[in-house]
Design a protein around this ligand. Structure first.
Ligand SMILES: Cc1c2[nH]c(c1CCC(=O)O)Cc1[nH]c(c(CCC(=O)O)c1C)Cc1[nH]c(c(CCC(=O)O)c1C)Cc1[nH]c(c(C)c1CCC(=O)O)C2
Length: 352
């Protein structure tokens, strides 16, 4: 069995609000963190990033990844850290290299088009051997965090990773990736299964190296037909959850796939992240018993401070507990830092 604070149930962190809330325990206030808090918004991150050859150097250098992971804990006082890495380390570990093109995003020079391409990838079980730099980043982060707050580990959902591996980069429609689901379901399942098994093996390693909770990002859930979502995405999220065997709490984020909330509510996960379009009252009835995470519109943080404070308080009151405060998607890169601080400080000053 994996060694975790969750199973031992002892207080290990100076601030364990996030883990207590994730387990569904009543807390004095909701915890707060922001998706994509590491990197993007902090001047300290930009200064460090400017000295390096690029994003991939930062991700693959454990000391630097640890430094960037801890920056938002020091600067913003958030209740959890999230390891600085990317969801695209999985295709890379399977043998598909990517580049990060400035102001454009990820690019895969080679993509998956056939079963032969899937078979050329490394075996799923071999993925963790190629991800030692992430495990080193976790070890270094844990050391420097010195039990101040818990550490979140993450991965992309298999469908979202598949979308990049077939499309070759970002896309509004992901029509190439979706066309593969219609044209060649057997090939699609072969690739999805490989990604899911590699991800599960990778996440077990992250838990062994100190991740206290795992969040699964299905960023492109919203482009799939609901039936396809069941068949090609949820099924593989479930495979990962089953493989992890309840070792730590799990958060699922299926962005723009609110139709799937009842099925997500039936998964063996503890936390469900909502996007900012979600209707809270409906979501509560659809995912009964889960802790909800979210879901302020990221653009709200560009508003005057008083408005941010009011919107944040309104949201906390609407949730009324069983809530981890976050945005409805990752914080946007040019968000004013004062806006982010107003958001975090409002939550930290609140008491139920
Ligand atoms: C779809 C997706 C990706 N990566 C991720 C997702 C899922 C979440 C979401 O929907 O936003 C997840 C991710 N990527 C990154 C993190 C770090 C931890 C965190 O702060 O939350 C996390 C959790 C670092 C990153 N990943 C990336 C950056 C920017 C790189 C830079 O500094 O140039 C960072 C800090 C690059 C990246 N990585 C990806 C894209 C599309 C891009 C380019 C656009 C951008 O996000 O800036 C793929």
């Amino acid at each position: 069995m994996l060694p975790t604070c969750y199973l031992r149930g002892v207080k290990k962190y100076q601030n364990d609000l996030f883990l207590r809330a994730a387990r569904g325990e009543a807390t004095e206030r909701p915890p707060v963190w922001l998706m994509r808090q590491a990197g993007r918004i902090l001047p300290q991150y930009r200064a460090l990033r400017a000295r390096l050859s690029g994003f991939i150097e930062l991700v693959t250098t454990p000391e630097l990844a640890a430094e960037v992971t801890i920056q938002p804990v020091d600067e913003l006082g958030v209740d959890a850290a999230i390891i600085f890495s990317d969801i695209l380390v999985i295709p890379e570990a399977l043998g598909l290299k990517y580049t990060m093109v400035e102001k454009v995003g990820p690019r895969f020079p080679e993509v998956i088009r056939s079963l032969a391409d899937v078979e050329k990838l490394r075996p799923a079980e071999a993925a963790p051997e190629h991800l030692g730099y992430v495990y080193d980043a976790l070890d270094t982060t844990k050391k420097h965090l010195a039990n101040r707050v818990p550490l979140i580990g993450f991965a992309g959902a298999p469908w979202t990773i598949f979308a990049y591996m077939v499309e070759g980069g970002g896309s509004k429609t992901f029509s190439k990736a979706r066309a593969m689901l219609y044209r060649d379901p057997a090939l699609s399942h072969a690739l999805l299964e490989k990604i899911a098994l590699a991800t599960a093996a990778y996440l077990k390693g992250k838990i062994q190296h100190g991740a206290d909770l795992i969040q699964i990002f299905d960023s492109w859930a919203g482009v799939l037909h609901p039936l396809h979502y069941q068949e090609f995405s949820l099924r593989y999220i479930k495979l990962i959850i089953d493989e992890l065997g309840g070792a730590v709490p799990i958060t699922i984020f299926a962005k723009d796939a609110r139709h799937a909330l009842p099925q997500i509510g039936a998964l063996d996960c503890q936390v469900v992240q909502l996007d900012w379009i979600a209707d809270l009252v409906l979501a509560r009835t659809q995912v009964q018993g889960k802790v909800l995470q979210g879901n302020l519109d990221p653009v709200q943080l560009y508003a005057p401070t008083d408005d941010i404070v009011a919107a944040t308080l309104r949201m906390i009151e609407q949730y009324g507990g069983k809530h981890i405060v976050n945005l409805g998607h990752g914080v946007y890169p040019d968000t004013p830092l004062e806006g982010v601080k107003a958001f975090v400080d409002t939550v930290k000053g609140y008491r139920y």
